[in-house]
Design a protein around this ligand. Structure first.
Ligand code: ATP
Ligand code: MG
Ligand code: FE
Length: 343
């Protein structure tokens, strides 16, 4: 089954072609980072307009790269939520219109299920059941995964998401958006000499809180500014390293706790922050001691992309699901409302 995937939930247009027999055939991504750079955040109306401009050209590009035409498509999967409603609408309307024109089924995919399944696109993917750590710009969740669509939320952030914390801390250090990769790069030259807290690790439970780290970062920045209000690059690098170490350590401790409490031996990490090298190394070291395994996607499939949507949609289509009823997208959509897929 050849499935076209369309991702447009935020500020990235991601398109991909996934074949159930051959695997991923082609993919393309367009990031709107520059469109929103002057505004200090994603402007929903500008995001929608840019998706309108990019979606069809990228669909033609992935078909061309794979040596396919639209007549070869068996189905179309698109992100139906959660995300920016206008941005989601663009992808959903294009995907559904194209499916109707080609007389093939379409399916609306949950963006976080897409992220969660992205490690399945790699060689030797994990078997169910496993623990999933979803760490992205909008989510920090620990989920017990029994099978496709069988998700139990074990814990989540009570305030900022991990990626959001990276982005805000980066801003305080004068770094551009997205902050995660920039903090990681700056941290390479620093040492984690400031003792940042490891929020909520000293009490039971699997919830997270990252807003305190933000305040701690701001205070540390303020304390070390010189008389001209400047922060030396060396100190900025040390703050970046200390902040990153605190986030990584906190995530590692909660993942270890989730493995121990459930007795599961497999951990997957997904979402933009799962691209972080320090996080991967810390989790690799932890699972070794716990006699467990950790799985993640290649870095470009950790952040938003069309491949994960094509893959997730394909799994549900293979199980007989497809869109029925009118065009619908959802800004909010708790993942445990998803329907389980029978084996
Ligand atoms: P959501 O998926 O929750 O709707 P999103 O789609 O905006 O949010 P993603 O695209 O999955 O989030 O990830 C983007 C986030 O990942 C940003 O906050 C970014 O700073 C962070 N990020 C990306 N690469 C890294 C990295 N190497 N280290 C840390 N954080 C990173
Ligand atoms: Mg994004
Ligand atoms: Fe995302």
């Amino acid at each position: 089954m050849l499935v076209l995937g369309v991702e447009s939930s935020c500020d990235e247009t991601g398109i991909a072609l996934y074949d159930s027999e051959m695997g991923l055939l082609s993919h393309a991504l367009y990031s709107q980072v520059e469109v929103h750079a002057d505004y200090g955040g994603v402007v929903p109306e500008l995001a929608s307009r840019d998706h309108i401009r990019k979606t069809l050209p990228l669909i033609l590009e992935v078909l061309d790269k794979a040596g396919k035409t639209r007549k070869d498509l068996d189905a179309i999967a698109y992100t139906a939520g959660p995300g920016l409603v206008g941005a989601l609408m663009v992808g959903a309307a294009i995907a559904r219109a194209l499916a109707i024109a080609l007389n093939i089924p379409s399916i609306g995919v949950h963006h976080m299920e897409g992220h969660l399944l992205a490690p399945m696109l790699e060689s030797s993917p994990p078997e169910f059941p496993f623990i999933a750590l979803l760490v992205s710009g909008g989510h920090t969740q620990l989920v017990r995964v029994e099978g496709l669509g069988q998700y139990t939320l074990l814990g989540e952030s009570l305030d900022d998401a991990a990626g959001e914390a990276f982005d805000k801390a980066a801003k305080m250090l004068g770094l551009d958006y997205p902050g995660g990769p920039r903090i990681a790069k700056l941290a390479e030259r620093g040492s984690a000499r400031f003792s940042f807290p490891r929020p909520m690790t000293d009490r039971p439970g699997l919830d997270f809180s990252f807003s305190g780290l933000k305040t701690f970062t701001l205070n540390t920045v303020m304390e070390h500014k010189d008389e001209n209000g400047q922060l030396s690059e060396a100190v900025a690098a040390d703050i970046a390293a200390s902040f990153q170490a605190a986030v990584v350590d906190t995530l590692m401790i909660k993942c270890r706790r989730a493995l121990r409490e459930t007795g599961l031996k497999r951990l997957i990490i997904a979402g933009g922050v799962s691209a972080n090298t320090e996080l991967r190394q810390a989790l690799e070291a932890m699972v070794l001691k716990e006699k467990s395994n950790v799985y993640y996607a290649r870095p470009e499939f950790c952040t938003d992309n069309g491949a994960m949507i094509a893959y997730a949609g394909c799994q549900r289509l293979l199980a007989g699901q497809f869109d029925e009823g009118g065009l619908q997208v959802r800004a909010r959509w708790p993942m445990d409302e998803l329907s389980p897929v029978a084996e």
